[in-house]
Design a protein around this ligand. Sequence first.
Ligand SMILES: NC(=O)c1ccc[n+]([C@@H]2O[C@H](COP(=O)([O-])OP(=O)(O)OC[C@H]3O[C@@H](n4cnc5c(N)ncnc54)[C@H](O)[C@@H]3O)[C@@H](O)[C@H]2O)c1
Length: 354
Amino acid sequence: MKEVKVKVLKPYNIYIAHDFNLFKGLLERYKCHSLFIVTDDTVYNLYKNYINQIPNIIGVTSIKPGEGSKNINTVLEIYNSLIKSNANKKTTMVAMGGGVVGDLAAFAASTFMRGIRIVHVPTTLMAQCDSSIGGKTGFDYNGIKNIIGTFYQPEFVFCDVNFLKTLDKRQFLNGIAEVIKYSIVCDDGLWNYLMQNKRGLLERESDKLIHVVHQCSKIKAKIVEEDEFDNDKRQILNFGHTIGHAIESYFNFEILHGEAISIGMVVESYISYQLGYIDISDYKTIVELIKNFGLPIKIKVDDVEKLMEYIKKDKKKINENIKFALPYNIGNAIITGDLKENFVKNAIKYCIGG
Ligand SMILES: NC(=O)c1ccc[n+]([C@@H]2O[C@H](COP(=O)([O-])OP(=O)(O)OC[C@H]3O[C@@H](n4cnc5c(N)ncnc54)[C@H](O)[C@@H]3O)[C@@H](O)[C@H]2O)c1
């Protein structure tokens, strides 16, 4: 089992393994003797047997899968179930699922009785590499994503890569997009690994998955340590996201986040090339890698002006200019604050048409 330490105000460990039995030992080690499980129906149906093996469960809430559940009503559902199960200050919540379950459960844990302990058991690649680390919790409200939330660090995170083997291909690739992002802006070693191990990763070989989840956890942990409350350093993880978020909104969230940021990474890499931060061969290799993993590099946008409106609405916009986190060679990033609208528009037109 691999371990990554997250040295924030309340430090914790991430454990990466491919044996669910190790989880029971960790619960014992951390003295978690009264457990309340939050999961979603897909994960519950697939992993009922795992859940049934966990000792000392006082209650289970299984929510409807997907972003549509990430709202105040589901939080209330969790509170009601906690009360019905006689949960108290000694109860530990276990969030077993993707980022939606993790964000909702952690929000509920951070507010129920002014805070009960939470353990994350992320079951998607997105959640293992990203959302379970860093302590951001929350839900969507009034049509605005993650507008309500808290910072709340877990007792520990347990990533069993075997979970990733039941993810459908689209959801698996959704997580791969974030892994590619980490490699481009933070870790050229991971970048080389992705270039050399594409087949093994797509076949979800355990050792490859462990390597990737381990590297991504280390990257996310380091960034979170430097910027626990998301003030500046975490912004480098926004590479691909300024354009990506706008694409998600433009297509009414019918495209997955990872697919949108893949296209976003293509456009933003082109911008980086134009600014002289990466050379043309890096730009072309980035596009090739994204494409070779089976992620989209283009999407037909009929109304570029409308897409620009979404980009400008994005919280990273400063005055009339648009702010980007861009690759600076492979493995490093730079934050720009002074890109003119027309320059961005031309890059979009060049990369994805319109
Ligand atoms: N807190 C953070 O720092 C942070 C960071 C990034 C993303 N997020 C949030 O994460 C959410 C997205 O997370 P996600 O991509 O994991 O989506 P998700 O939680 O909706 O899971 C995706 C789908 O996969 C299914 N699933 C989960 N585990 C499975 C498994 N092992 N086998 C088969 N199916 C499985 C789920 O039921 C769901 O249908 C968004 O709400 C986003 O805002 C939070």
